[in-house]
Ligand binder design. Structure first.
Ligand SMILES: [Zn+2]
Length: 214
């Protein structure tokens, strides 16, 4: 069961990916985790990745793909794995397919957690974070008892710059530009499955389980 999770930032794909990994006992592989593990363990690939990250540069596609392929060759991936945050671009997707094909394998599912932009903008715009203790709230789903004041420590809660509508919209534009071609790519391969991500987490998860088969 080799799965790619697709979905805009804020669509909840990370949460779904973790739950799928748990249910099917397969590793949840995120590029962030791989970078951190390789850097921590001082591997050759990790050292290379670090030189880019230290300069604030994106790790090149080829190196990212090498790191991912290195990870999926490990024993715990024999039953399958779920990729979260990779591939992000067509060159990455092609590199992944080429590497898998050398191993006599291919991806089984690309699951797109679909949430309209305006919905994500609204979700993120409702987030509030305590300046003092870091507690997180949401004006609709997890409101503070007193408006604008942290329940835990009494400090001010604020809308982070990252969650402001204009910032979120910018991030979404970049996402669509990069990822729409990927959606088309996996659709052509016949492995794309789209789930409606606007519903409660457990309903979205139930849909994914139906797709994957229990
Ligand atoms: Zn607080």
């Amino acid at each position: 069961m080799k799965i790619i999770m697709l979905g805009a930032p804020g669509a909840g794909k990370g949460t779904q990916a973790k739950q799928i990994a748990e249910k099917y006992s397969i590793p949840h592989i995120s590029t962030g985790d791989i970078f951190r593990a390789n850097i921590k363990n001082g591997t050759e690939l990790g050292k290379k990745a670090k030189t880019y990250m230290d300069q604030g540069l994106l790790v090149p596609d080829e190196l990212t793909c090498d790191l991912v392929v290195d990870r999926i060759k490990q024993d715990d991936c024999k039953k399958g794995f779920i990729l979260d945050g990779f591939p992000r671009t067509i060159p990455q997707a092609e590199a992944l397919d080429a590497a898998l094909s050398k191993m006599g394998e291919k991806m089984d599912y690309a699951i797109d957690v679909d949430v309209p932009d305006e919905n994500i903008v609204r979700r993120m715009g409702g987030r509030r974070v305590c300046l003092n203790c870091g507690a997180t709230y949401h004006i609709v789903s997890i409101p503070t008892k007193v408006e604008g004041i942290c329940d835990k420590c009494g400090s001010e809660v604020v809308l982070r710059d990252d969650d402001k509508p204009e910032t979120v919209q910018k991030r979404l534009s970049v996402y669509h530009e990069q990822t729409q071609p990927l959606i088309d790519y996996y659709n052509r391969q016949g492995i794309l499955k789209t789930v409606n991500g606007t519903r409660p987490l457990e309903e979205v998860f139930a849909d994914i389980v139906t797709i994957l088969g229990a």
